[in-house]
Design a protein around this ligand. Structure first.
Ligand SMILES: [Zn+2]
Length: 498
């Protein structure tokens, strides 16, 4: 049998214990862990690293397609005129991709004091579709080519801007997502996807849950995985519950539909997260309940019937009440609550009772610098990671990239409350051992699907590891040297993706 030995300065398992310096890999699985001398003569290939072999870092909630677009797209933040925007378009070349994508412009900053139009963009690019997202993501400007390809006026006549009867190229709200999805169907999005995977792998990430995964994204991943026989990281997809796309598809162990995603409320930033009591800075409003207990209950039952895990977006305490009632009524356990940003003690107890996963994004602590205005004294209820872990709730860490940076060190710092914003409570800080557990084994468990059997450094589990120059237990930081999946170096796997 062909075996590989992976050797480092030390092997640190998901509990933070040093268990040797070498891992023997057979058929993609861990066959043994211990001192290198124990494996003499048992392997034909050895990878030696001047770093620590740790369990695979798994980001349990991010968005691959948006991340790819963001990485490959033109950054238009801070652009101060339409002329400057045109200049950026001109200097941007992405020949391999048939779509020009940009994001971050804000017409308030333009010295022309007007919205950009399709004619502005046609001046620079007219042969390929162009879509440029406003900084908020709720508006976009398209060139004529992109408009002709997507014809958004047919479906969303009220969301397509007109001036003196002429379509200007500006589209709003639902029409934005629609045109992007349509354009991505027409062009080859694999370069976007591969770029996202490269960046993730380079930062030490060996697996992800891709939330609200679209059909286009899933098919691209599926095609990449079947061509190479594997991927540089394992991907568990959670398409939206209403769409239920791609069930039964994928490549086992590499890209799978692990569950479905449903939204029960919105966000704190937009005051659409659903609270028990009104917002402190908008006393007339409790936010928006997008799915009540009955709708959530139906989704829980349907997901169970399909053998899938339900991931329920619930940020406000009011939304979480609905989730908990739905779970009690249906008897479904082991579902995921995404964000669980505001929680009361009895809600945490109920989550524990239901064996639910809390899939949290510590980096929100940093971005929500205004959170005390929204919540007033209830800010004490925000991001209670330590309270969750102490109760025995299965807490999985994640970034929600591209909403937040996917760099694991950003997540680790925020999880350990190494920040100054109003919700960075020291008493809710996770210690590094719990961070490691939540970012590896529990994140893999919560992801399920392609990540089942990953995240644990024991015999019989997938030979998946992150290799870090520093020992995260001492330094609280990961300096990625390589990601190993099924005993292969991720950097080698990329060579076979195209
Ligand atoms: Zn998200």
């Amino acid at each position: 049998m062909k075996s590989t030995l992976i050797t480092g300065l030390a092997v640190v398992n998901e509990l933070g214990d040093v268990v040797g310096d070498s891992v023997l890999v057979e058929e993609g699985l861990i066959a043994g862990i211990g001192p290198r001398s124990r494996f003499t003569g048992m392997y034909s290939l050895e990878y030696k690293f001047d770093g620590y072999i740790i369990p695979p870092i798994v980001d349990a909630h991010l968005h691959i397609r948006s991340l790819g677009l963001n990485i490959a797209g033109i950054d238009l933040r801070g652009v101060s005129s339409i002329e400057e925007l045109k200049g950026k378009l001109r200097s941007f070349k992405l020949q391999q991709v048939g779509l020009v994508y940009g994001r971050g412009w804000d017409q308030e900053l333009f010295k022309e004091q007007r919205w950009p139009t399709r004619w502005d963009i046609d001046d620079v690019v007219s042969d390929r579709p162009v879509v440029l997202l406003r900084v908020c993501g709720h508006a976009a400007v398209l060139n004529t080519k992109a408009l002709e390809m997507t014809r958004p006026w047919e479906l969303y006549p009220n969301l397509v801007h007109r001036q003196a009867g002429h379509i200007t190229g500006l589209v709003l709200e639902d029409a934005v997502a629609y045109v992007i999805e349509r354009l991505l169907k027409e062009v080859n999005i694999k370069p976007f996807i591969v770029q996202a995977l490269e960046e993730l792998s380079r930062s030490g990430i060996a697996g992800v849950s891709s939330m609200s995964c679209s059909e286009v994204e899933f098919r691209a991943l599926e095609e990449l995985a079947s061509r190479a026989g594997m991927l540089p990281l394992r991907i568990s997809c959670y398409p939206d519950y209403e769409k239920k796309c791609c069930l039964g598809g994928g490549v086992r162990g590499w890209v799978e539909i692990a569950g479905l995603k449903i939204y029960s409320d919105g966000s704190l930033g937009a005051r659409t997260a659903y609270l028990r009591e009104p917002y402190s800075d908008e006393p007339g409003s409790r936010g928006l309940l997008l799915a009540d207990r009955r709708a959530i209950g139906r989704a829980l039952t349907e997901a169970r019937r399909l053998g899938l895990r339900l991931a329920i977006h619930a940020i406000g305490d009011g939304a979480l009440d609905e989730v908990l009632e739905a779970a009690k009524a249906t008897g479904v356990r082991g579902f995921r609550v995404e964000h669980a940003s505001i929680t009361w003690d009895e809600q945490l107890d109920a989550l524990r009772e239901l064996s639910a996963y809390a899939v949290v994004q510590p980096r929100f602590r940093v971005s929500d610098w205004w959170i005390d205005r929204r919540l007033g004294p209830r800010v004490r209820l925000a991001y209670r990671f330590k309270s969750m872990v102490r109760r025995g709730i299965r807490v999985a860490l994640s970034s929600d990239a591209p909403v937040e940076p996917f760099n694991p060190n950003e997540t680790i710092r925020a999880a350990m409350s190494e920040c100054e914003q109003p919700s960075c409570f020291k008493e809710e800080a996770l210690d590094i051992r719990n961070v490691l557990l939540a970012y590896t084994r529990v994140a893999a468990e919560a992801s399920g699907g392609a990540l089942a059997g990953s995240g644990v450094l024991e015999k019989g589990y997938h030979a998946d590891f992150t290799v870090s120059r520093s020992n995260p237990l001492w330094d609280h930081v990961i300096e990625p040297l390589e990601v190993i999946v099924s005993g292969f170096r991720a950097s080698d796997v990329f060579k076979y993706l195209f």
